[in-house]
Design a protein around this ligand. Sequence first.
Ligand SMILES: *Cc1c(COP(=O)(O)O)cnc(C)c1O
Length: 418
Amino acid sequence: MNHFHAVDGTLFCEGVALETLADRHGTPLYVYSRAAIEEAFSAYQTALAGHDHLICYAVKANSNLAVLGLLAELGAGFDIVSIGELERVLAAGGDPGKVVFSGVCKNRADMLRALQAGIHCFNVESEAELETLAAVARENDLIAPVSLRVNPDVDARTHPYIATGLKDNKFGIAIDAALPLYNRAADLPGIRPIGLDCHIGSQILAIEPFAEALDHLVRLVDQLQDQGISLQHIDVGGGLGVSYQGETVPAVADYVAALTEPLAGHNLTLILEPGRSIVANGGVLLTRVEYLKPGRHKNFALVDAAMNDLLRPALYGAWQDIVAVAPSQAEATTWDIVGPVCETGDFLGHARELALTSGDILAVMGAGAYGFTMASNYNSRPRPAEILVDLDCSHVVRERESLQQLWAGEATLPGKPR
Ligand SMILES: *Cc1c(COP(=O)(O)O)cnc(C)c1O
């Protein structure tokens, strides 16, 4: 069900009109639907019900405490890439025993904190990282549960910036180097190899690349078994795409079926790390049209949200739908929707057919994933507030940043006036 829906041209999130939220809380404003996020997570749970599994939501997609809290309550585990994300998970009531720790460059302090918290598994990406983790664990009389992230060299056919499973990406260990490294891991005091993982990219719209990657992983698990190293889980990462522009997206049930079928007969827990597919379509970014600047060659609508609030269009040329939240009397024409930041790359959408008047509120759809989490303070712009709608109620789950927060922790030189 679509939890962002229009009634007579007025756009609602669940039972709350988006224009009301923009008026009450100002813009730019992120708005999330509790029901949409819960439904997306439940689709994974339902599909995986017959198989030993752990769904580790990728925190980097949307790390608001309220979102993490909702998912924790539903039984989610978490895929983290930093200690900041671990602390967020713990603050939101998440279970450290369901956390997997990804990332190419974990340092000793990260490792120690995660060991002490008792996370489920470290997804290790290099031999050097493995040796460091072993040392940290040994020094502290702890054992690090480990999975090696292998690079299956499959082409996920997605944007080059979000393809991670090719052999020339910085991620993972070449799959043919994994066998000797598992043997090394099995010999290392302080290390217990428990799993094998990969993550081939993001916004992937076909099932085949996942199935192909899994095939490589299962073969490796069998080889390891023959050498006396028996693993407990396979982690296929995240990456299932969502529909931003009417793309056909594999159903979660079909995606999961393609992953569980090859595991039949293996006594392996399946771990998934979905991020985008849980939250992307559960959120929008609201922005106000400040000025219209029609021209001979192009019409610009200057809005109060910018690339610092929503980076995906500027970073990847990503297309996200932009719609008016209320009916308009104006005539529709073609607009470039651009923000106040001083960069030509600062746009939310090019050549959009919209009926606009200054003061109108627009919603950028599909902004629940990699939206707020990629926001910055570039141009000294405070980051937006975040709202979580639950039926007829809306909750401020993050206040708008204040101007003072922009320079908190900074100082002028001694003796200089401030
Ligand atoms: C980013 C990432 C994910 C989540 O990817 P989505 O495309 O958002 O599902 C999962 N695992 C790892 C290791 C990642 O880096």
